[in-house]
Design a protein around this ligand. Sequence first.
Ligand SMILES: [Zn+2]
Ligand SMILES: [Zn+2]
Ligand SMILES: [Zn+2]
Ligand SMILES: [Zn+2]
Ligand SMILES: [Zn+2]
Length: 214
Amino acid sequence: MNQTLKWITTMKKECPTCTGSGTISCKCNDNNEIACPNCGGKGVVTRRATTTQKKEMPCDHPQCQQGKVSCGVCNGTGRTAKGEPCPSCKGKGTVTCPVCGGLGRIQRSTQESWLEHETCHICNGRGMVDCYLCHGTKERVCPTCKGKGTVLDQGKIVLLVALALLLLAVPVLFVAVAGITLGGCLFLLWKEQQSRKEEQAISDQSEPTDEDTI
Ligand SMILES: [Zn+2]
Ligand SMILES: [Zn+2]
Ligand SMILES: [Zn+2]
Ligand SMILES: [Zn+2]
Ligand SMILES: [Zn+2]
């Protein structure tokens, strides 16, 4: 019983990475160097560089001529059907181009991007740095347990949670069964009483009871 209690209350188990010692041997080389974490040992880092350039180009409205387009109301004639000056273009037959706003040119921004290779500033291009994990001792703190030697036993916690949920569910189940049974019994009793009342009524209507006949 004591052991069961101890098993339930200890949520930790020995760290599998370091087998409880809290340290593991470092993988750095004989010069106490390790691959640079910034460049992954390549000595160079690549980054994407982008520039935005503004280019001026002729207006791409198909009808635009020096910033003017043919008036859509009068079809470029400058006159209405009655021969009066078109109110939209004031008789000119052309209106300001809606695309370029009358400039005849538009600005387009184009984006260019390329990869830039730079020497890694952490290792100065060597790809290796002095081991920062063990500082030359060849023994580093275990990354799994952070040196504590124990880790949370997740499988056990999940198991215990499931067990606790089951235990919590049992009384609920009992209450439900009790409720259904009680309801059923009361219904049966009520039905029994109903039928007895009916019998009573029938026998009251029928011929006089035995007592009267005697
Ligand atoms: Zn580097
Ligand atoms: Zn017009
Ligand atoms: Zn235009
Ligand atoms: Zn090391
Ligand atoms: Zn560990």
